[in-house]
Design a protein around this ligand. Structure first.
Ligand code: NAP
Length: 490
């Protein structure tokens, strides 16, 4: 398979530091696999601690000039990159499908979604405002301005290889911050292609530095300890997020953490069942269920649980599972052996405790990491999947009787990212929206992410928000200057 980067040169597989494509200082490389075929696509530079130190020093030096650029110049770079991403949709989608597994149509959807962050933040760059007021005693005028926070450490997961990058990089560019960026080991190619696009769009050397590696702590650790980086923006598991939060404490760095989820998907007895099933398909099956916002526990009222589950199982059984690169595929493979083993374990555990399998319930006997779309009914409260991120195409249906009961069960988790509620009663919708301990609620919809929305969670799902009006604030510091209202007479 020949993969080309968007600027039509060969595939980028080196580190990107100070505007140059360079090998790892050790010369080592690591393989990138196609999860649908288990074949190695290519080898990528395996960055070291020495590479990491060089990258953060470059980002620190570049910050001096970069913070002085005009908002319009930064906006123009983002806008040019937005156009470049869109005009290379097919190449980027194919690359993403090859290294991550999602079906091509979903990969194209991610390209559009990811590009939109650059367009959104190209508009936000020009809207960084300030404030002016007067002290209560009338003596001083207060001038509030905003400044870039400084060099940022960006770390992303494998499940949305392009969008997780643009969501962070777009904000940092708009705010005037330089960056060191470590993409996931399993999906580095899309991120390297993104760096090539930004270079082509005119991003000055040293503003974005990308270090791929198979030893994440060896690269990210020196960045966190450097004293040069002023902020970390991380998307990934709660476990790793906590490690970075602890490391950030040593240099009192700003933190944005987008972590794991355990989304409740609640279907009330008055719900429009067609919409609820459609919503469940979107909330559960987008990205093969490998999404932090994925419906993890489907709470369905006892009166409709049988009918809802039957319809959902029918839809799930009709999905075509296979290589995402093949036209007509609805569901691709899971990311790796560990992901597949985890899903298998969680389903087996639920079944051993009494859950009924309505469809699926097994891995596929073929190359790649495939698991059949699965619906489980009557999942008992003690099943492990109630308290674990499934990250796979498995929809566990849990039956409830009362509103109070389902709210209590939905909130009985340390996570608080997304939640969904299906009802035709507007008062009920408002009641559930208020009661759910999450950062994002979908009412009669299974999709909650948009560049215009402040994406993020509460509890152990993270700190801060990405996107929306508040996204850029995460990369800005406030400064206030006091100026005498009436200067002292000379
Ligand atoms: P992960 O294991 O936490 O990895 C995320 C990133 O952190 C990867 O780049 C990883 O590198 C790196 N990393 C791992 N250990 C590290 C360490 N000790 N120090 C510094 N960096 C380290 O998560 P994942 O499995 O890739 O992604 C799935 C998780 O991401 C799920 O929990 C999901 O809910 C969450 N997620 C959250 C959001 C959100 O917006 N809230 C969005 C998408 C995903 P390697 O690739 O080399 O391991």
């Amino acid at each position: 398979m020949t993969i080309t980067t968007p600027n039509s040169t060969t595939l980028k597989t080196e580190l990107f530091i100070d505007g140059e494509w360079v090998p790892s200082s050790s010369g080592a490389r690591f393989p990138v696999e196609n999860p649908a075929t288990n074949q190695v696509l290519t080898q990528v530079a395996d960055g070291t601690a020495a590479d990491a130190r060089r990258a953060i020093e470059v980002a620190g030096s570049a910050q001096v000039e970069w913070r002085r650029t005009s908002p319009r110049d930064r906006a123009d770079i983002l806008r040019a990159a937005y156009e470049l991403i869109l005009s290379n949709t097919d190449e980027l989608a194919a690359l993403m499908t090859a290294e991550m597994g999602k079906p091509l149509n979903e990969a194209r959807g991610e390209v559009a979604y990811a590009a939109e962050f650059f367009r959104w933040f190209s508009e936000e760059a020009a809207r960084i405002d300030g404030d002016s007021t007067v002290t209560v005693d009338g003596v001083h005028r207060i001038l509030v301005t905003k400044e870039p926070v400084g060099p940022c450490v960006l770390v992303t997961p494998w499940n949305f290889p392009l969008a997780m990058g643009t969501r962070k990089i777009g904000t940092a560019i708009a705010a005037g911050c330089t960056m060191v960026f470590k993409p996931a080991e399993l999906t580095p190619l899309t991120s390297l292609a993104l760096a090539a696009i930004l270079q082509e769009a005119g991003l000055p050397d040293g503003v974005l530095n990308v270090v791929t590696t198979s030893r994440p702590a060896e690269v990210v650790g020196p960045w966190m300890a450097s004293g040069i980086a002023r902020k970390v923006s991380f998307t990934g598991s709660t476990e790793v997020g906590k490690i970075l939060l602890r490391q950030a404490a040593d240099n009192v760095m700003r933190c944005s953490l987008e972590l794991g989820g355990n989304a409740p998907f609640i279907v009330l007895p008055d719900a429009d069942l067609d919409r609820a099933v459609e919503g469940a398909m979107a909330a559960k099956m987008r990205n093969m269920g490998e999404a932090c916002t994925a419906a993890n526990r489907l709470f369905v009222h006892r009166d409709i649980a049988g009918e809802f589950s039957r319809r959902l199982a029918e839809r799930m059984a009709a999905l075509r599972v296979g290589d995402g690169a093949v036209d007509g595929t609805d569901v691709g493979p899971l990311i790796d052996q560990a992901g597949l083993d985890k899903v298998e374990h969680l389903v087996n555990d639920a079944v051993a405790r009494g859950a009924k399998v309505l469809t699926g319930g097994d891995r596929l006997q073929r190359a790649g990491y495939f698991y059949a779309p699965t619906v489980l009914l009557d999942v008992p409260a003690d099943a492990e999947l109630n308290s674990a991120e499934i990250f796979g195409p498995v929809a566990p249906v849990l039956v409830f009787d009362t509103e109070d009961e389902v709210v209590q069960r939905a909130n009985d988790t340390e996570w608080g990212l997304a939640g969904y509620v299906f009802t035709q009663d507007v008062d009920r919708a408002a009641r559930f929206s208020a009661a759910l301990e999450v950062g994002m609620v979908g009412v009669n919809t299974g999709v909650v992410s948009s560049p215009a929305a402040p994406f993020g969670g509460i509890k152990q799902s993270g700190l801060g928000r990405e996107g929306g009006r508040v996204g850029i604030e995460e990369f800005l510091e406030y400064k206030y200057t006091a100026i005498p209202v009436i200067p002292a007479s000379r």
